[in-house]
Design a protein around this ligand. Structure first.
Ligand SMILES: Cc1cc2nc3c(=O)[nH]c(=O)nc-3n(C[C@H](O)[C@H](O)[C@H](O)COP(=O)(O)O)c2cc1C
Length: 201
């Protein structure tokens, strides 16, 4: 059996990966589609019980991104202000800018099984797929934020993707861009293994 990656490299990749909330400017550092496909290829090799392959992906293009920006901004602004106020307009405009500045957006959905056990296992499989995606992205110097924000639950998003909530649940918006040097180092910590581990004789 070949050993394509050293355990040290793998360990470093897993430990170095961080959620990124800010990205290098997309005009200066455009992301080639091939890189997204590399990450999606990694995603689809995730473990999944009974080979249900429950993941679905949408790469969001410019028009769809503009529509999602509106949904994102409206949800965000409504959390803090009434629609008729100046504050709403201010928050809305800022949020649209923020969303449009995200270089690439991919939505991830889970095809919903009628069987409750499979449903749970399929969510786990989708989570594995997203982690595969994130690790491949990191190895390509891309940073990802896995968001579970309100756009995923918004009926307008479902309509835009032409999906129905009884068949597919959107479980992640992946915001992607080239990493900035200061990418979320504050989250680079975990409790010690001993705090999670019990060894039985
Ligand atoms: C299921 C799941 C949902 C998440 N949803 C969000 C989210 O909605 N917004 C967000 O900023 N980060 C979200 N994250 C990212 C986590 O906040 C992040 O992984 C955590 O802060 C640890 O940081 P790290 O990824 O850099 O290790 C999510 C992560 C997971 C696994």
């Amino acid at each position: 059996m070949t050993n394509p990656i050293s355990s040290d490299s793998l360990k470093q990749l897993i430990q170095d990966r961080r959620t990124c909330y800010q990205y290098a400017d997309q005009n200066d550092y455009p992301i080639k589609d091939e890189l997204l496909y590399e990450c999606l290829e990694a995603a689809r090799w995730a473990p999944n019980h009974k080979l249900t392959q429950p993941w679905r992906f949408w790469i969001i293009g410019q028009q769809a991104k503009a529509d999602l920006a509106h949904i994102y901004a409206e949800n965000r602004a409504l959390k803090k202000a009434d629609k008729s106020t100046d504050l709403y307009q201010e928050l809305y405009t800022k949020a649209v800018e923020k969303f449009l500045a995200i270089p690439k957006v991919i939505l991830v959905g889970q095809a919903l099984s009628n069987d409750p056990v499979t449903l749970k296992e399929d969510y786990a499989a989708c989570a594995c797929a997203i982690q595969n995606f994130q690790l491949m992205a990191w190895s390509l110097k891309l940073g990802v934020q896995w968001s579970t924000g309100p756009i995923l639950k918004d009926e307008r998003t479902m309509k835009k993707l032409n999906i129905h909530s009884e068949k597919i649940e959107l479980i992640g918006a992946l915001y992607i861009g080239y990493q900035k040097p200061d990418c979320q180092k504050s989250y680079a910590k975990r409790d010690s293994l001993a705090s999670f581990l019990t060894e039985l004789a």
